[in-house]
Design a protein around this ligand. Structure first.
Ligand code: PLP
Length: 365
């Protein structure tokens, strides 16, 4: 009999998703993965098609063209940018560099689930700092640092809560962190808070020896299936980060698509603007029928049924699926049992979700 390493699998079980056939035969609308609801823009689609003809040859291992574009777009030094197979790979690469078994990895109580998995893969001890109103508490993080702490992971905005720390709080975190701790600021949803927020976070990291910023093309850029992320890190870390990363981890199609997306920012900005306006509209409409959302700086909302517990959340998840074919994400982490998470879709998809939520609340009485 082979033992299953529970520590790898447990975090996966925290996110319940429905996989049964849709009882009415409705088309499925997956709002459970925080993806963008749009296909590639014409320019990005054309770049992917063009790269398709060249797949017999490797992409450039160092992503030279893409890093130049990223440097230009963000006012950064291309030599301090490393790309990866999604930012997920880079989180692993970072942990492999700085964490050994028994070291401590520090996160916020409702921090991103991948941070737990990354820490588990390294055999690290995961330490969670308590939050205030489902928002990271910088004093709690600073207070939890020990001589064994090697890494702090902080997603801002955070997933699954969607909440955002202001730059002044991030600055306090970075300034208060001792030099033996590397701080990773994950900006996966930064574009939905604002491109100026992203620029501020890069500036905060720029002259520090122990701060890394990670970004992704999976969310605002709508390229989740191609797997492309990047990190802005201190120059001194670059050789060892590359040593821990696969040579060809960012494939040719991903490099072509990401490069083209950066040259098509008007489309990216328009899409982000639509999602942000839908986020406000849906949150307000849900509040009106007794479903409360946490304030969100992302493309998703974490909501709960006012005054009801985990059972209502579970029932709403099932209702969305059976009534409308909508798949949402059930958060079952300790402390988040009453909540469920869904990303904003197209206005039509969001209307469908609102109608379905209304019929649920009507039945609830
Ligand atoms: C989705 C997400 C990512 C991005 O993962 P990729 O591997 O780049 O697709 C990173 N961090 C957080 C907090 C996320 O929610």
């Amino acid at each position: 009999m082979t033992a299953t390493p529970r520590s790898y699998l447990e975090p996966l079980n925290l996110r319940g998703r429905i996989s049964a056939p849709q009882p009415k035969g409705l088309p499925l609308v997956n709002l459970g993965f925080n993806e963008l609801p749009y296909g590639p823009s014409p320019k990005v689609a054309a770049a992917i098609a063009q790269a398709t003809a060249q797949v017999a040859s490797y992409g450039t291992p160092l992503c030279d063209g893409l890093r130049d574009r990223l440097a230009q777009a963000n006012g950064l030094d291309a030599d301090r940018i490393i790309c990866g197979n999604g930012s997920e790979e880079l989180l692993d690469v970072i942990a492999r560099n700085f964490v050994r078994p028994g070291d401590e990895v520090l996160i916020s109580a409702y921090g991103y689930i991948q941070f737990q998995m990354v820490a588990a893969r390294q055999g690290a001890t995961l330490v969670k700092a308590p939050e205030t109103d489902f928002t990271t508490n910088v004093d709690a993080l600073l207070g939890a640092v020990t001589a064994q702490t090697r890494l702090v992971f902080l997603a801002n905005p955070n997933n699954p809560t969607g909440t955002v720390l202001p730059l002044s709080e991030l600055a306090r975190l970075v300034e208060g962190m001792p030099p033996h701790v590397v701080v990773v600021l994950d900006l996966a949803y930064g574009e939905f808070t604002g491109l100026d927020h992203c620029a501020d976070v890069h500036a905060l990291a720029d002259n520090r020896k122990n701060v890394i910023v990670t970004r992704t093309f999976s969310k605002a850029y709508g390229l989740a299936g191609l797997r492309c992320g990047w990190a802005h890190a201190p120059l001194a870390m670059m050789p060892s980060l590359y040593a821990a990363r696969g040579m060809g981890s960012v494939n040719r199609l991903a490099q072509a698509a990401a490069t083209a997306a950066l040259a098509d920012m008007e489309v990216v900005k328009a899409r982000v603007a639509e999602i942000v306006s839908e986020r406000d509209r849906v949150a307000a409409a849900l509040a009106g029928i007794g479903i409360a959302a946490l304030p969100s700086g992302t493309n998703f909302l974490l909501v709960r049924v006012d005054g009801r517990g985990a059972e209502a959340a579970e029932a709403l998840v099932v209702h969305f699926f059976e009534d409308a074919g909508i798949i949402v994400s059930r958060t079952r982490e300790a402390g988040l049992e009453d909540w469920l998470r869904f990303s904003l879709g197209t206005p039509d998809q969001n209307d469908l979700l609102l109608r379905s939520a209304q019929s649920f609340m009507g039945r609830l009485g």
